[in-house]
Design a protein around this ligand. Structure first.
Ligand code: F0G
Length: 425
């Protein structure tokens, strides 16, 4: 075996395929790879991208040696893929200029099969579940993880159980969990309650846990960073900016970039900026105070990142330090304003994704990110995940939000002249 599990808090290690999510000391676990075990070049990765093989074409499994170093025959038996990844890296054009960073690209992870970046971690997690012979999988979710897990479990013929906070997830996401056939438990509590409960239920019921506390989810999500580099012809940007909720994604991207760098596939590292909603900001507080994360009660319109007790905070801080990172926070008003800009640019993304752009705006105005910097912002979820918030913004129905870019629908009589008159006004 060319990799093992290692505790982030103490020196304890475990075999790669041992069925556990935490160390005996309760610390979370990392997959530690052995770089001496294989050679991988950017030319090989580029050739795979052009290949017809489903494994090579997947924006996760193309990087398989860096994701799940099992023998190729084992991978062929266990990998469950929907061709995830291969998302657009949009040149932001006028939007970048508007934000004060003309060299801006937006990596749209909402273009994954179930509409969010979660599919990258989920293909890895479900494939490991299959390798381990698990038949039931579960997660707690603000919506996207559950949508993704429900879909991949269905493809793998597994039973899916999702724990979602009752009444607090966007409709697009709830509908996906139901549509893909997951047993859906609406927990009468918030995401943090659901997260605590699912860990206990999985342990008691022998269900495989697929939250990002599962180290293989993190391994799959590393591919966002790999693909950004590949999209840019392996030229390293100055900054990668992304939202932070449970903090798995920034942990993953940082870990992957450090591994690419250690193998000489890139010659330097980008800096990383993590953006939190001001109403769900435990990482921001810990970062600015130089302290450990202390859970908070979360409240934000960006329901995907409405998380007060992030599971991956320790790993997240480690990655941020290694990438000379920063953490910032933005209000819901700023998130919705940035969202209106991203949407009107014809790209569109859900609110949590647009924390990226709101945070970028703030960091540019503070001079942390310089105007000449080459910046990649990650948009994590599709605009249709949360249609209610879009309509409510544009009709001026979001309490506390100054909908300065509202594009109100016009009610008009079913009459040619009335319509022509409406078009002139
Ligand atoms: N953006 C979106 C659209 C998300 O769904 C999430 C997390 C994040 C950002 C934050 O990523 O948790 O890795 O820091 N959604 C999880 C879920 C929690 O259950 O779908 P993170």
């Amino acid at each position: 075996m060319t990799a093992h599990l290692s505790c982030v808090r103490c020196p304890q290690t475990y075999p790669l395929m041992e069925l556990r999510y935490r160390c005996d000391c309760s610390g979370t676990l990392d997959v530690v790879h052995d770089p001496s075990q294989f050679q991988l070049s950017t030319a090989t990765l580029d050739a795979r991208r052009a290949s017809r093989s489903p494994m090579d074409r997947s924006g996760v499994w193309r990087f398989r040696e860096l994701i799940l170093p099992l023998p190729e025959s084992d991978l062929n038996d266990c990998v469950v893929t929907r061709g995830e990844g291969n998302t657009h890296l949009y040149e932001a054009g006028a939007l970048g200029a508007d934000l004060g960073v003309p060299n801006l690209w937006l990596k749209h992870e909402g273009e994954n099969p179930t509409g969010s970046f979660k599919d990258r971690g989920m293909t890895a997690g479900i494939s490991v579940a299959k390798h381990l012979g698990m038949t039931r999988v579960a997660c707690a979710s603000t919506g996207n993880t559950s949508a993704s897990m429900a879909s991949y479990a269905a493809r793998a013929g597994m039973e899916a159980v999702v724990f979602i906070p009752e009444g607090k997830i966007a409709y697009g996401k709830l509908s996906q969990a139901l549509a893909y056939g997951a047993r859906t438990l609406q927990i009468q509590g918030d995401f943090d309650d659901a997260m605590a409960l699912v860990q206990d239920v999985c342990a008691l019921e022998g269900i495989y846990l697929l939250n990002s506390v599962n180290p293989f989810r993190i391994e799959g999500q590393k591919a966002i960073g790999f693909e950004i580099l590949q999209d840019l012809g392996w030229e390293v940007p100055d900054w990668i900016v992304l939202p932070g909720g449970n903090l798995g994604n920034n942990t993953a991207i940082a870990k992957g970039l450090l591994e690419l760098h250690a193998r000489g596939l890139i010659d330097r590292l980008p800096r990383m900026a993590v953006v939190q909603a001001a109403g769900a900001n435990p990482l921001y507080t810990a970062w600015t105070e130089g302290a450990d994360v202390v859970p908070v009660t979360a409240d934000t319109l960006a329901t995907a990142i409405k998380i007060g007790a992030p599971v991956s905070w320790r790993k997240s801080l480690r990655g941020l330090r290694a990438l000379d990172g920063v953490v910032t926070q933005v209000t819901d008003d700023q998130i919705m304003d940035a969202k209106a800009q991203v949407d009107a640019a014809g790209i569109g993304a859900e609110p949590a994704s647009c924390a990226t752009v709101a945070g970028l705006k703030r960091l540019v105005s503070e001079g942390v990110i310089e105007a000449g910097a080459k910046v990649v912002g990650v948009l994590t979820g599709h605009v249709l995940k949360d249609p209610d918030v879009v309509v409510n913004y544009h009709t001026g129905d979001l309490t506390g939000i100054h909908a300065l870019r509202a594009n109100r629908p016009t009610v008009v009589a079913a009459d040619l002249d009335a319509i022509r008159e409406a078009l002139r006004s």
